[in-house]
Design a protein around this ligand. Structure first.
Ligand code: HEM
Ligand SMILES: *[C@@H]1O[C@H](CO)[C@@H](O)[C@H](O)[C@H]1NC(C)=O
Length: 506
């Protein structure tokens, strides 16, 4: 009885304290929270989200038409604010970047008891550990380093063209290998094997787990971290089995290519790479378990994973667009012919400025279906306000790049149509470069964007110059119109090949 009394008093104390806090808290901010779909008690907007047939970014785009530039969602007590206009994104994520560069807690993805992707620095909190990784990647992926990679990209593009000519039906694999081989060579100095490369298999094996556990809120444990103590055999504990599988795939991804580099160094056969440069610069020895060894390994794994699929998905989207719009490809071919004549297959980085229409096709590809339309979630570090609304510290902030990229005020009418002429208007006030939204914001902006754009440009321009992209055929040999469908995940691939048919230009 006595113990009951004590805990009752404690409880009463806690309640009074909480009530006081919320009163004081309320006094501090008189501004309202942003509007949003009303939701149900406790579960909040979970039902609104579950019952919607749309892909997440389309659903948010529709809600933006109802609730405006900035709206909020509540899921099991967790608050998310979605930004929908250029103004909101640049004001909060760029101008106030320091206070919006944190990330929400990703329990499934990061907790050691779960997937424990300790190398996944795109999900790190905004702290010194993140800063150290960010600086390390930036050193080797900033603009002035890019020319060092031109030859790697040229070789990969030649190989891509050769494989497309030999087996055009497998273009999906060829494109994945193009993006993967560039990153493997740059980060580890490793040359991709022609068939069933073991390291490409590692990424493909790890990607499912990264896509699912890397999307905040895909698993209950993201909302209720204590669930991580549920044993795997317990009803609903299936996520623990998945977690164990993915953890294994992640750790192989971090260690195996690195061990390959270590062996290459010992054998004296190591080629210049991200890893070698940083090993030299920080004077470490691979295998010494130093902090810097860990950081370099993490960054290398990150670059490989963050760069390969995104680049490949963008190129697949381009092929889909071309198969739907043969007239645009003809126009681009005419441009290329007028600049370099029939030698289009040797187009190079230095030709880029001479090809406004090709550049417009690339820009429109990024705008039409950005491969990461919701980017990676940020988190507000402090209480803040914007446009008359209160933004509490700790809120998850999602910038819906899709809405900005489909804003008629920025890109003109009919935003869902693939129309590169939007970027050919000339004049002073052309539409903003879609890269401003497609690669994220502020201190968290994608550090690999320069490399990615170069890889995309080289593949696109040589592909147009050398091949004709047509519609896929059905079993009877008739052309079919490919479906414009995308899979939900961190990276949004066009839903499955074939989106088009590639054949050598005659
Ligand atoms: C078309 C290709 C690519 C797209 C569309 C893309 C897009 C993005 C986006 C939207 C973010 C989140 C930014 C934010 O939080 O606001 C990001 C982060 C990141 N990207 Fe990329 N990316 C691409 C290619 C690459 C490449 C080639 C690399 C290789 C170095 C890379 C490395 C990273 C890393 C390490 C982060 C995490 C940054 C951080 O959290 O500080 N990405 N990317
Ligand atoms: C971040 O928040 C602090 C504290 O409110 C403020 O003084 C500072 O100006 C903010 N920084 C940015 C870049 O908005």
């Amino acid at each position: 009885m006595a113990s009951f009394n004590v805990s009752f008093q404690v409880l009463a104390g806690v309640f009074t304290f909480l009530a006081l806090c919320s009163l004081l808290g309320r006094r501090r901010h008189i501004l309202p929270l942003p509007p949003g779909p009303r939701g149900l008690p406790l579960i909040g907007n979970m039902w609104d989200i579950a019952r919607s047939q749309d892909l997440s970014w389309i659903r948010y785009w529709k809600w933006a038409q109802v609730y405006g530039d900035i709206f909020q969602l509540r899921i099991l007590g967790h608050r998310t604010i979605v930004l929908n206009s250029r103004e909101a994104m640049t004001t909060l994520l760029e101008k106030r970047s320091y206070n919006y560069s944190d990330r929400p807690d990703m329990h499934m993805f990061l907790d050691k008891q779960l997937v424990g992707t300790e190398w996944g620095f795109f999900t790190f909190r905004h702290n010194d550990w993140w800063r150290l990784h960010r600086r390390t990647v930036h050193q080797r992926f900033q603009p002035r380093v890019m020319p060092e990679y031109y030859n790697i990209q040229r070789t990969a593009a030649e190989s891509l063209m050769g494989k497309l000519a030999a087996s055009p039906a497998n273009f999906f694999d060829h494109i994945n290998n193009y993006a993967g081989s560039i990153l493997l060579k740059i980060t580890y100095g490793y040359t991709l094997q022609e068939k069933d490369d073991p390291y490409m298999c590692l990424v493909l094996g790890a990607m499912e787990g990264i896509d699912k556990s890397g999307s905040h809120g895909f698993f209950w444990v993201d909302y209720f971290p204590f669930l991580k103590y549920v044993p795997a055999w317990f009803p609903g504990g299936g996520f623990k089995i998945k977690a164990r599988e993915w953890k294994e795939a992640n750790s192989r991804l971090k260690n195996e290519p690195w061990n390959w580099v270590k062996r290459a160094i010992e054998e004296g056969s190591a080629e210049p790479s991200f890893c070698i440069r940083l090993i030299e610069r920080s004077s470490i020895t691979p295998g010494d378990n130093s902090v810097m060894e860990d950081v370099i390994k993490n960054c290398a794994a990150n670059a490989f994973v963050a760069g390969a699929e995104t680049t490949a998905a963008t190129l697949c989207c381009f092929i889909l667009a071309m198969s739907l719009h043969p007239e645009l490809q003809i126009r681009a071919q005419t441009e290329i012919d007028s600049v370099v004549g029939p030698l289009g297959g040797t187009l190079d980085f230095s030709d880029r400025d001479k090809l406004p229409f090709v550049n417009a096709l690339i820009a429109e590809t990024l705008r039409w279906h950005p491969v990461a339309p919701l980017g990676v979630a940020h988190r507000a570090l402090i209480d803040d306000e914007y446009a008359g609304y209160f933004i509490p510290a700790g809120t998850t902030i999602i910038a819906n790049a899709w809405t900005a990229l489909h804003d008629e005020k920025l890109y003109g009418p009919d935003p869902t149509a693939f129309n590169p002429y939007r970027f050919m208007m000339g004049g002073r006030e052309g539409p903003p470069n879609p890269e401003l939204f497609a690669f994220g914001f502020g201190r968290r902006i994608c550090p690999g964007r320069y490399l990615a754009m170069n890889s995309i440009y080289l593949a696109v321009s040589r592909l147009i110059a050398t091949f004709t992209i047509a519609r896929p055929l059905d079993d009877a040999g008739n052309e079919i119109t490919p479906e414009i469908a995308f899979a939900d995940g961190v990276v949004r691939y066009t839903k499955l090949p074939p989106h088009g048919r590639v054949h050598k230009k005659n």
